[in-house]
Design a protein. Structure first.
Length: 329
């Protein structure tokens, strides 16, 4: 029989570099999941009834049934800004604060968005493959022609922290910026000359559309057949938010039938996208394995914030970065 020692038991669903866990190692008994697990490891379920805290990744689904197995849970700390993998209402009903990591990944994600945008605009994956695979015969005056950013229209869907950071970067490339968001961003309008429009107008007018909305019922398949149909045949779609914001089947049709020119995706639905997925076969679709926040500094900061949230939750204090503040009444 497992005896609970006097330190709080914290389950870390997936291994993280040792040095990222310095903040909590001494104050907790840690149970760490196996490297190969692609979601919350089944074998850790038997420890849930003793768990005081959880450190999760966006691949761990925390719902009502899961929480029912963890009656002593005092804090869930998600090492991500997005919390669509967690049933926040179920946690709130049980009085469990949920931590996330806002802010620290804004710049890294905005940088990657610009990389995707530029790669798709200038057809980097196709050009690189041609060079590597022997199709570079001479300097081609009309070969590998891409789209100009200077003077083009960029549509930003979701002008939160990350959308705003993309707007600031893109302004330096001389694009005209439109954005669709329920709230106004007057600060950015002054700084970047961004103009707020509705989604239809944005889709009609943008040469580049980039998505930065959280995944919620209202944003699932926000970019569906109808939305893709409204875009220009020369348009580029970039998604660095959450995969299900785009209807992947409709996107495949849009790319094969020329409704839009190309797509660059850091996120897919499902994740990982299986290797035989038809989107991989399209030269006008660039797919990355969800690496928006993957810089050394950013991931370390995310882990630090996740540990701070855990520490606070275990100590009965308000989480410094809390995704369900209504838990505190
Ligand atoms: C997040 O934090 O939500 C990103 O998608 C992963 O860094």
């Amino acid at each position: 029989m497992d005896m609970k020692n006097d330190k709080p038991l914290v389950i870390i669903a997936h291994p993280l570099p040792e040095e990222w866990l310095e903040g909590i190692r001494t104050m907790c008994e840690l149970v760490i999941g196996p490297e190969e697990a692609t979601s919350f490891p089944k074998r850790l379920y038997e420890r849930l009834d003793q768990a005081d805290g959880l450190l999760t990744l966006l691949i761990d689904r925390i719902d009502e049934a899961f929480l029912a197995r963890a009656p002593h849970l005092r804090v869930v700390s998600n090492m991500a800004v997005g919390v669509d993998n967690i049933d926040l209402q179920a946690c709130t009903r049980r009085g469990i604060p949920v931590g996330n990591t806002p802010g620290v990944l804004t710049d890294a994600t905005a940088d990657l968005t610009m990389a995707l945008l530029l790669a798709a605009a200038r057809r980097l994956p196709e050009a690189a493959a041609d060079a590597r695979e022997g199709r570079w015969h001479k300097w081609e005056p009309a070969g590998w022609l891409g789209a100009d950013l200077q003077g083009a229209t960029l549509g930003i869907v979701g002008m939160g922290k990350i959308g705003g950071a993309v707007a600031r970067r893109a302004a330096g490339f001389g694009v005209r910026i439109l954005y669709a968001d329920p709230g106004e961003r007057l600060d950015l309008e002054a700084e970047t000359h961004a103009a707020r429009v509705n989604l239809d107008e944005l889709l009609h007018n943008a040469d580049f559309v980039t998505l930065h909305v959280p995944l919620e019922p209202a944003t699932r398949h926000l970019i569906d057949r109808q939305a893709l149909r409204q875009m220009k045949p020369s348009a580029v779609l970039v998604n660095a938010s959450r995969g299900p914001v785009v209807d992947m089947q409709a996107l495949h049709q849009a790319l094969t039938e020329g409704w839009i020119a190309s797509a660059a995706l850091d996120v897919t639905d499902p994740e990982p996208l299986p290797p035989d997925h038809p989107l991989y076969g399209l030269p006008n679709c660039l797919i990355l394995p969800h690496i928006g926040s993957a810089t050394q500094g950013t991931r370390r900061l995310m882990a630090e914030m996740a540990c701070q949230n855990l520490q606070a939750g275990l100590g009965g204090q308000r989480l410094p970065y809390c995704a369900n503040p209504s838990v505190y009444g």
